[in-house]
Write a protein that binds this ligand. Structure first.
Ligand code: IPE
Ligand code: IPE
Ligand code: MG
Length: 233
């Protein structure tokens, strides 16, 4: 299936709402955290695949500002997996030429996470093959509020889309071409509201731990047959 991919029609920026870890575990009679652990393995494979296929920016929704409403144990388990992932995969990301970046209200997170985030960003900063953006303590509305606050605080004028983009967490990040959501939910859940204004949307029933190269390829092939008109004819 991969060989059917037309490299000239690849999305440059793919964003993924990785959903369904809890249900994956529940189906197996396991605690939710097992689903998150399995989901972390999918993250690793997805990054490698995206980079090898030639995606330039991959954005992953890891933890939303709304996810604080979950039980404390689950929140801690998610952060634990994330920090383990960053700490253990830095060398691998460097070898792959992947630059790790974060977006969200990172400053609100506990010190051990902030340190890990900083280290991950610094050590992979020379990666040229793919940007990996991890949305952490992130929501699209919070990003817009933070942009407006920054504009007011710094007395910046907003006369164009470009002016506003420059106030976002990662101003150089291009708009999302393809947004994928797993687990059958047909909603955006406050992800990247500004950047998905003209994205192609792809929803699959597959739960995040079961998402694989084949499923990713299906989404990319689907994208290649979309006609992006941007209001024109
Ligand atoms: C996505 O899986 C992971 C995070 C939100 C961190 P969920 O934990 O939301 O899984 P479901 O939706 O309950 O199955
Ligand atoms: C969205 O999934 C957030 C992440 C994938 C991190 P949720 O499971 O939190 O979304 P809702 O609550 O079903 O909309
Ligand atoms: Mg969910």
């Amino acid at each position: 299936m991969i060989k059917n991919l037309d490299k000239s029609k690849l999305p440059k920026h793919v964003a993924i709402i990785m959903d369904g870890n809890g249900r994956w575990a529940k189906l197996r009679g396991l605690p939710r955290v097992f689903g998150h652990r399995e989901g972390a393995k999918t993250v690793e494979k997805t990054i490698r695949f995206a980079r090898n296929v030639g995606i330039k920016h991959l954005s992953l929704f890891a933890f939303s500002t709304e996810n604080w409403g979950r039980p404390k144990d689950e929140v801690n388990a998610i952060f634990g997996l994330l920090v383990d992932y960053i700490n253990s995969k830095i060398d691998e990301l460097k070898e792959l030429g992947v630059r790790l970046r974060f977006m969200g209200r990172i400053e609100e997170l506990p010190d051990y996470i902030k340190e890990s985030v900083k280290k991950g960003e610094e050590e992979t900063s020379s990666g040229k093959d793919m940007d990996l953006i991890v949305a952490l303590n992130y929501s699209g509305k919070a990003e817009i509020i933070d942009a407006v606050k920054k504009a007011v605080l710094e007395g910046r004028n907003i006369n164009s889309e470009e002016d506003f983009r420059n106030l976002l967490y990662l101003p150089d990040l291009p708009d999302v071409d393809l947004l994928i959501r797993t687990s059958g939910e047909i909603r955006i859940s406050n992800f990247m509201l500004w950047q998905i204004a003209y994205s192609e949307l792809y929803f699959t029933e597959v739960l995040w731990p079961d998402f694989n190269e084949r499923e990713f390829t299906k989404a990319l092939l689907d994208y290649q047959y979309r006609e992006r008109r941007f209001g024109k004819i």
